[in-house]
Design a protein around this ligand. Structure first.
Ligand code: SAM
Length: 254
């Protein structure tokens, strides 16, 4: 039997790694790293640093170039599907090569594997293709939890709902029926469109790393500062990863 372990490692700070994740890392025979070339390569190195922090003699790490995803394809869903299929192909091959007589392979997932990450879907597709493979998932501290902890705020208001969504969707419209919205994957700070409204923003970039930046306050008063800090950081590092909570009508019950 071959076992694939999808291990959430938190967002960079070794303190975010759970005891379960550390234990799972120690049990691995091989680690697969789906490496995105370019700036995200720094995240690959960060994953390896977390592994070495917990496993002094780490298992072998096999870097698998992540199949490219066609981001210009107007058929967004189709492009994502094809990308997932290509990822399954490379993983099937890697499992056969690296674990010819069984054992455990791990994929270290940034944050929590259930949140805007393709690894669980790929693992499900993999198992559907080959019943000799099983997989499990180890939870991790997500950027949502890291952001709320760093700002010392609860995610939701009392009995309130929160929508977790993307910059792309916020650009289309403010989600219906909620005042609290958590935005991920926004490369353009689309929240600027709401700067005239009674909204507080809790923003964080590079959470859990030594480059961490935090800003909180009224959106209209903070958006230029956030934009400037974000632009400077991107210029300096070549990439930026940030998230934010928007709280509309913040004077209402918290
Ligand atoms: C592909 S998603 C992965 C989310 C991840 N699985 C998690 O649990 O946070 C990438 C998005 O997560 C957010 N993110 C991940 N790590 C972050 C960090 N260290 N600081 C701020 N935002 C982060 C950003 O919004 C980024 O665009």
């Amino acid at each position: 039997m071959r076992r694939l372990r999808i291990i959430g490692i938190g967002v960079g700070d070794p303190g975010f790694v759970t005891a379960d994740a550390a234990q799972a890392m120690r049990e691995l025979d091989v680690v697969f790293v789906l490496d995105k070339s370019g700036p995200a390569h720094e995240l690959t190195l960060a994953r390896q640093a977390v592994l070495e922090h917990f496993v002094p003699e780490p298992p072998r790490v096999v870097v698998i170039p992540d199949p490219p995803r066609d981001r210009q394809d107007p058929d967004y869903e189709g492009a994502v599907h094809r990308w997932r299929e290509a990822r399954v192909d490379v993983l099937v091959e890697a499992l056969e090569n690296e674990l010819p007589s069984g054992g455990q392979a791990g994929i270290l997932v940034w944050g929590d594997p259930s949140l805007y990450d393709g690894a669980i879907r790929v693992a499900r597709d993999l198992v559907a293709r080959d019943p000799q493979i099983e997989f499990d998932v180890i939870a991790g501290i997500s950027s949502i939890h890291a952001l709320c902890a760093r700002h010392r705020i609860p995610l939701n208001r009392v009995s309130g709902a929160v929508e977790i969504t993307t910059g792309r969707r916020l650009k289309e419209a403010w989600p219906e029926g909620v005042d609290d919205v958590f935005i991920m994957l926004d490369s353009h700070l689309v929240c600027r469109e709401y700067a005239g409204e009674e909204i507080d923003i809790y923003w964080g970039a590079y959470l859990g790393t030594q480059d961490e930046i935090l800003v909180a306050g009224r959106l209209g008063e903070k958006i230029d500062e956030i934009q400037r800090l974000r632009d400077e950081a991107r210029e300096r590092k070549g990439w930026v990863m940030d998230s934010y909570l928007l709280r509309r009508n913040p004077a209402d019950a918290t």
